[in-house]
Design a protein around this ligand. Structure first.
Ligand code: ATP
Length: 366
């Protein structure tokens, strides 16, 4: 089921009564979520991700704009009539019911012509339980399950009505790191197996990158960029997006362009054909540095982290705007005993320039 958002806007009266005024939680959001895809809504706290999800679910009414499921305008429909499955961060299972009863609950509440015979309900409940791999746990109570298992029950309960769209609001936040990893892979598998169009809200860029077909990056209610995860990482449209994606994060420097050369701290570090003379912010991905004795970017070494396959050199530079400069280099590279300075050449496609006023990307060499 294709989901189309047209100029979706949500304005709340400010929660701060003293200051008054309004908060534009979501501002003119237009986007089409393709049928059968998993879309990650990504952004820092307060950027409007949950509000967007709640508008798609029908729990919140847009101030303006429209929502379509396929060709059907669902903007005015109640949540029950939209055919959605919702999963929240805190599982929200009924503690006094068994897993089976929890999963059956939405089916037992169907009214009118949607009502179904008991055998069909049971058959459906067991089918989704099997899909999320909790069919062995049907007689347990939620308190007898791990966090990951509880979240699977919540997903099964959301799926049992065969929703047209599955909406997940930070579903992994309450899980520990290992379970989070495992459960996110599970969600991906379940989504692929069912082919249900899914919208996944998270503030965790790594989670969004790993699970999504398409990512929507938001800031202060405004969509910044949409695209495949790798595409956004490789081609961020502004400094905010560049900083938000990637671990370790992008390194940012003050820089200057003169005669189509980029200078950082007075040293020429890269040719930037087509860029006029101006002061810029320079973003360099950690994997964009090549240790090279003749390289123009000279940093003062403050430490080396070995991370399995890779080595990360932590250093400092007078023009850096991030707390340190972190490069990821080949594990074979070794700093000499007592070496205090490292010089880098740069990979042009890992270097991004941004205007200092708008923080929009300035493209070069294209
Ligand atoms: P988080 O990850 O912290 O949940 P979010 O990106 O999901 O953040 P929203 O919860 O959608 O952000 O909130 C977006 C903005 O709207 C915030 O500034 C928030 O304070 C404001 N907001 C959300 N709900 C209300 C409300 N009911 N009344 C007033 N302001 C609200």
């Amino acid at each position: 089921m294709k989901v189309e958002l047209k100029n979706l806007t949500k304005i709340f009266p400010s929660r701060n009564k003293k200051v008054g005024g309004e908060v534009v939680a979501v501002n003119d959001f237009t986007f089409t979520i393709p049928d059968g895809k998993l879309v990650g809504l990504l952004g820092p706290s307060g950027c409007g991700k949950s509000t967007t999800l709640y508008m798609i679910s029908g729990l919140q009414k847009p101030s303006s704009g429209q929502i379509f499921f396929g060709d059907e305008d669902v903007t005015e429909l109640t949540p029950e009539n939209r055919g959605i499955g919702l999963v929240f961060q805190n599982y929200a299972l009924y503690p006094h019911m068994t897993v089976k009863q929890n999963i059956l609950f939405p089916l037992q509440n169907l009214r009118g012509e949607d009502r179904m015979p008991k055998e069909e309900m049971l058959e459906r409940a067991y089918r989704v339980a099997k899909l999320v791999q909790i069919d062995e746990l049907m007689d347990r109570k939620p308190s007898e399950l791990s966090g990951g298992q509880q979240q699977r029950v919540a997903i099964a309960r959301a799926l049992v009505k065969m929703p047209r769209v599955l909406l997940l609001d930070e579903p992994l936040s309450n899980l520990d790191a290992r379970l989070r990893l495992q459960t996110r892979e599970e969600i991906r598998r379940i989504q692929k197996e069912t082919g249900i169009t899914t919208i996944f809200v998270t503030h965790d860029q790594e989670e969004a990158m790993s699970i999504s077909d398409v990512i929507v990056v938001m800031k202060l209610g405004v969509v910044q960029q949409t695209g495949k995860p790798q595409q956004i990482y490789d081609d961020p449209c502004n400094l905010f997006v560049a900083k938000f994606l990637g671990t370790p994060p992008i390194n940012v420097f003050e820089g200057e362009v003169r005669a189509e050369k980029l200078y950082i701290g007075g040293a020429a570090v890269l040719d930037v054909p087509g860029v006029e003379d101006r002061a810029v912010y320079v973003g360099i991905r950690p994997e964009g540095f090549i240790p090279d004795a003749n390289g123009g970017l000279r940093c003062e070494v403050s430490g080396v982290d070995v991370m399995g396959r890779d080595v990360s050199i932590v250093s400092r530079h007078g023009a850096m705007l991030t707390p340190s400069v972190r490069s990821i280099v080949d594990a074979d590279y070794k700093l000499a005993e007592g070496q205090t300075e490292v010089a880098y050449a740069l990979k042009p496609h890992k270097v991004f320039l941004f205007a200092k006023d708008t923080e929009e990307r300035i493209y070069f060499g294209v």
